[in-house]
Ligand binder design. Structure first.
Ligand code: PLP
Length: 387
């Protein structure tokens, strides 16, 4: 049997993770700012998550949501203070792309309209619906025709928002575009987007699969913008390492959904609910959101101190602990050098080194990551013969 490699192979065999670190098979320790593409924001093997998952495993591991079970009530109670504004309802699924599918289907059903608007450079997943609203043609075109009509507008361009009209069911937006290069939305743009969607009766879906659950220094990244969306998708960090995603909805939308409108065999399984319960407790008890905000500023400052003199560094940006270093070249060489220096990071877009750091990252970790990035970028410059 062979394993089909659909992601680039990093050439490492990892055998253990703890907090912000992972170890390879030879016992070498790495600072992990890759975190399974942003999943381990609460650290590897978070104690609370292990405690809740272990306890749940002793009771029951699988149960259809047709049956109630105590962990569901506990999860709802723990999530309540964290829920997005006015969104009292949740549908649990298993991956980010599934949450996006659920959002798009819900928008079409609620509005009775077909057209979806997304943005250039967006990434929302790789199943048919979410792929339809993902910008990169390389991911999308081999599988067309997909869901339609879909129109892509320019991110952060207020003029183009006039394309959102009475035919539009929903607009889906990442508050910070993650996969395409850690690109934050502007506040004016998000406000205008909220205004225009409200004006024409289109739903505003914020895709917070990557930005959500504290990473950007707010529980939800839309909270940086003084707006309230209609639907919110979450994934990655919300299960503390366990695969789970969610669609959050307000009453007025949830009331219109009926049995059979959506579903998933594994969605809302007891293990996932135990994981979300534990993750929600950690977020509150450990002041994760505040830590992400403060540490993000420190990390950016250290990165700027260590990297700003390099000719190929264009910008260091991001919110909280979602940080990108834009360079003038593809980041592959730099990422390899960093890995050799025992720091794992990931690429975003075609020229960005991305850090999705866990909240327990320390200042000395940040120094180490910045030093590794410096070495990686200098090596890239040398190989490209920049003077
Ligand atoms: C904003 C956003 N939406 C959706 C997805 C898809 O999530 P998943 O890979 O869990 O399906 C991602 C994954 O990176 C993402 O960043």
């Amino acid at each position: 049997m062979k394993f089909i490699q659909l992601y680039g192979d990093r050439g490492l065999t990892i055998v253990k993770g703890e907090g912000q670190y992972v170890w390879d098979i030879s016992g070498t320790k790495y600072l992990d700012l890759h975190t399974g593409i942003g999943v381990a924001f609460l650290g590897h093997r978070n104690r609370r998550v292990i405690e809740y998952l272990s306890r749940q495993m002793e009771n029951i591991m699988t149960l259809s949501t047709s049956f109630s079970t105590p962990i569901r009530d506990e999860m709802l109670k723990e999530l309540d203070p964290l829920k997005p504004d006015k969104m009292d309802n949740i549908i649990l699924l298993n991956s980010g792309t599934e949450a996006v599918e659920a959002a798009l289907k819900t928008a079409r059903k609620i509005t009775g309209r077909k057209k979806i608007i997304a943005f250039k450079n967006s990434f929302h997943g790789r199943t048919a619906g979410s792929l339809s609203v993902t910008w990169n043609k390389r991911y999308r075109e081999p599988f067309e025709p997909l869901m339609s009509p879909v129109q892509f507008l320019t991110y952060n361009n207020i003029d183009e928002l006039k394309n959102i009209d009475e035919q539009t069911a929903a607009v889906i937006v990442e508050p910070i575009q993650g996969e395409s290069g850690v690109i934050p939305a502007n506040e004016d743009f998000m406000k205008a987007l909220r205004e225009q969607t409200q004006k024409v009766g289109a739903l505003l879906v914020v895709d917070e699969v990557q930005t959500g659950f504290g990473r950007t220094g707010k529980v939800w990244a839309y909270q940086h913008y003084g707006i309230i969306p209609d639907l919110l998708t979450a994934g990655k960090a919300i299960g503390g390492g366990f695969p789970v995603s969610a669609l959050f909805l307000p009453d007025w939308i949830a009331e219109k959904l009926e049995e059979g409108d959506h579903g998933s065999t594994y969605g809302g399984n007891p293990m996932a609910m135990a994981a979300v319960t534990a993750a929600s407790k950690v977020l509150k008890e450990d002041n994760v959101v505040e830590q992400a905000s403060i540490k993000g500023e420190i990390f950016k400052k250290i990165l700027r101190e260590k990297l700003s003199d390099l000719k190929s560094v264009r910008e260091i940006r991001g919110k909280g602990l979602m940080i990108g270093i834009e360079i003038r070249f593809p980041p592959a060489i730099a990422l390899k050098v960093m890995q050799d220096e025992r720091v794992l990071a990931l690429k975003a877009g075609s020229t960005v080194i991305r850090f999705l750091a866990p909240y327990m990252i320390t200042q000395s970790d940040m120094e180490e990551a910045s030093n590794a990035a410096r070495k990686g970028i200098i090596e890239t410059e040398n190989k490209r013969a920049i003077t």
